[in-house]
Design a protein around this ligand. Structure first.
Ligand SMILES: O=P(O)(O)O[C@H]1O[C@H](CO)[C@@H](O)[C@H]1O
Length: 297
């Protein structure tokens, strides 16, 4: 039952019976980005604990609440909190909210996250508009699409070359406030929950990733499976470890990068996300009319 079509349909029916208006656009808030829901007018709020079959949020910075209201003129659902594989949830549980919202009639999904910068051009406070992703858990067999395929969600073999909608991406890049230094790039999703080692960061950079996080990729795969348009926004909250650790090896004499940069921590991630959320909120409002347009891909 966990994460099944029937579970999602029951959750969707429960919400439909309580909503003034079903949402057409949905937004998933990354760590520390829950304030994005403050842009909604006429909000109705539901604790995940009350929605049938919804998992519980266990991570600080993820309130565990669904808020439905109007973003600009259009009905919109905001998930204040997502589920991650490292919490012990199955891939199907991680994407259960996305599938539930698709069954409610959502056609466009905005996935936000807090992420570490791998690319030298990115710094805390910057925005990476996701052009493409590398789904490391998915490549290793932990995709929400593994298992018997339920055609009511989508096809057995969905394409992912068009994972992130190019028109929405261009629009987000054009409308982002200058404070966000928005640029397109590649997000790599890892399993977590430990932050990356130096060597892992070097590997991820060589794979072509610009930013790293522990979410988003499973949700994007499930969303495309059910035909949703996806916009992915990574708010950079910290620099992932750099590339300069060779010197420390073999008595190079340098203090080494570990002495130069503080290791990443979730407190720092939350603080940077809350700071950046101010600017992201402006971007969302500017995007609202175009998010509301359109049907499923
Ligand atoms: O991706 P979101 O949910 O924004 O959270 C990010 O922040 C947490 C680590 O600080 C991890 O959960 C990582 O994925």
């Amino acid at each position: 039952m966990e994460g099944s079509y029937e579970a999602c349909a029951e959750a969707a029916a429960w919400l439909r019976a309580r909503l003034q208006e079903p949402p057409r656009v949905a937004l998933v808030c990354g760590s520390g980005l829950g304030a994005l829901a403050q842009e909604l007018t006429d909000p109705q709020s539901f604790d995940y604990a009350d929605i049938p079959h919804f998992p519980r949020s266990t991570v600080q910075g993820h309130a565990g609440r669904l808020v439905v209201g109007r973003l600009g003129a259009g009905p919109c659902a905001v998930l204040q909190g997502r589920f991650h594989l490292y919490e012990g949830y199955s891939p199907a549980q991680v994407v259960m909210p996305v599938r539930t919202l698709a069954l409610l009639g959502v056609h466009t999904l905005v996935l936000t996250n807090a992420a570490g910068a791998l690319s030298p051009g990115l710094a805390p406070g910057h925005l990476l508009v996701i052009r493409d992703h590398i789904d490391l858990p998915g490549l290793a067999g932990r995709s929400p699409l593994v298992g018997p395929n339920d055609e009511r969600f989508g096809p057995r073999f969905p394409a992912m070359t068009d994972g992130y909608d190019p028109a929405l991406r261009r629009l987000a890049l054009a409308l982002a406030p200058p404070e966000l230094h928005a640029r397109p790039g590649v997000y790599v999703g890892v399993g977590g929950p430990s932050y990356e080692t130096w060597a892992e960061c070097r590997l991820l950079r060589r794979l072509g990733a610009d930013a790293v996080g522990m979410s988003t990729v499973s949700e994007a795969a499930a969303a495309r499976h059910c035909g949703l348009r996806v916009l992915g926004l990574s708010l950079i909250t910290n620099a992932a470890p750099g590339d300069a650790d060779e010197e420390e090896e073999e008595g190079g004499g340098g203090a080494g990068p570990a002495a130069e940069a503080a290791p990443p921590g979730h407190e720092e991630v939350l603080a940077a996300a809350q700071e950046g959320a101010r600017h992201l909120r402006r971007l969302l409002l500017a995007l609202a009319p175009r998010l509301a347009e359109g049907a499923r891909a």
